[in-house]
Design a protein around this ligand. Structure first.
Ligand SMILES: [Zn+2]
Length: 313
């Protein structure tokens, strides 16, 4: 009788060991279909970039308005144009663009696709070097003059410390850039409203299209980047658009769902997400960067603190 009991106890113990081994096997089974989604900082799903080119004197009015509405911008400047007619002076840009990003736009604003390689390199590097001297920080990106680029230009600028470069190929959507060196914006801020003088019908159509996109962005449920670019001088003159610019700023300002960022700010965030290191079974992640990264797995949001390893369950 005693030995029977012993056998039963031994069997139960064996089954327990087998079960726990199975449980471990199940836990370790890797589900390769688990999507890991990036969210913007604080778990937000919307990001706004406002970016303006050339450094015209009208930037003073624009920056003042942006500051009033708590908006941040990326300003692409031509260093050799500064101090000439209608451009800001070298002395005033550091104060004016405080809290915003200054970025490159080449020294003299030539169409880069028509230049030799050495001239492309000179235009980009000279601009970068002078803007860095004026602003006191590394300049890490640019926008292409007239939006023009091709493989030759991209090859020429690689290795010059340019981490992103914006075109003017509007996408009219809210996708993230597929290629940082051919970064396509969403839409030109009222860009086509001045093309045809005194054409109020065309102006109305362009404004309607712009506000429709803005409304779509504010209503978007999935990850959305609204990248709006332009030139401050476009809002001056007979087709004065300053009231419309202010109206737009009012629509998008101080919204808790929006991550307001410079172009470099978003670039750094996306790179921090791309540099996350996951364990094979996706139960752990290490954040190598100095930025807190927010991710969503199976509808659960996780904050992966800068420089930390996190358990994802
Ligand atoms: Zn330009």
């Amino acid at each position: 009788m005693k030995s029977k009991k012993r056998i039963i106890i031994a069997l139960v113990a064996l089954l327990t060991v087998i079960n726990s081994a199975n449980a471990q096997t199940n836990t370790a089974r890797v589900n390769t279909s688990i999507p890991i989604e990036m969210l913007f900082p604080q778990g937000k799903s919307k990001a706004l970039i406002l970016s303006f080119d050339d450094g015209n004197v009208a930037d003073k009015r624009l920056v003042k308005l942006m500051n009033e509405y708590g908006l941040v911008g990326t300003f692409h400047l031509n260093s050799n144009k500064l101090g000439t007619k209608d451009y800001l002076t070298k002395d005033e840009i550091r104060n004016l663009y405080q809290g915003h990003e200054v970025s490159g736009h080449t020294a003299n604003h030539p169409g880069l696709t028509t230049l030799s390689k050495i001239d492309v390199i000179y235009e980009v590097l000279e601009d970068r070097k002078e803007l860095e001297r004026l602003m006191g920080y590394p300049v890490r990106g640019m926008s292409y003059p007239f939006g023009n680029t091709n493989n030759f230009v991209i090859d020429a600028i690689s290795g010059l410390g340019i981490e992103y470069a914006r075109t003017v190929g509007d996408t009219y959507n809210f996708s993230l850039p597929a290629d940082f060196l051919e970064w396509q914006p969403t839409i030109h801020l009222f860009g086509k409203t001045n093309y045809i003088p005194n054409d109020t019908l065309n102006d109305r159509r362009e404004l309607d299209e712009f506000y429709r996109l803005t409304t779509d962005f504010l209503k978007a449920n999935s990850l959305a980047l609204f990248y709006v670019w332009g030139h401050s001088w476009e809002y001056e003159g007979p087709g004065n658009k300053w009231a419309e610019v202010e109206n737009f700023f009012k629509m998008v300002s101080r919204n808790p769902d929006i991550f307001y960022t410079t172009q470099t700010g978003l670039l750094d965030y996306i790179n921090a997400f791309k540099n996350l290191r996951f364990s094979v079974d996706k139960s752990m992640v290490t954040n190598l960067s100095s930025i807190d990264v927010f991710i969503k797995i199976n509808n659960k949001v996780f904050t992966v603190e800068a420089g930390s390893t996190k358990q994802l369950n």
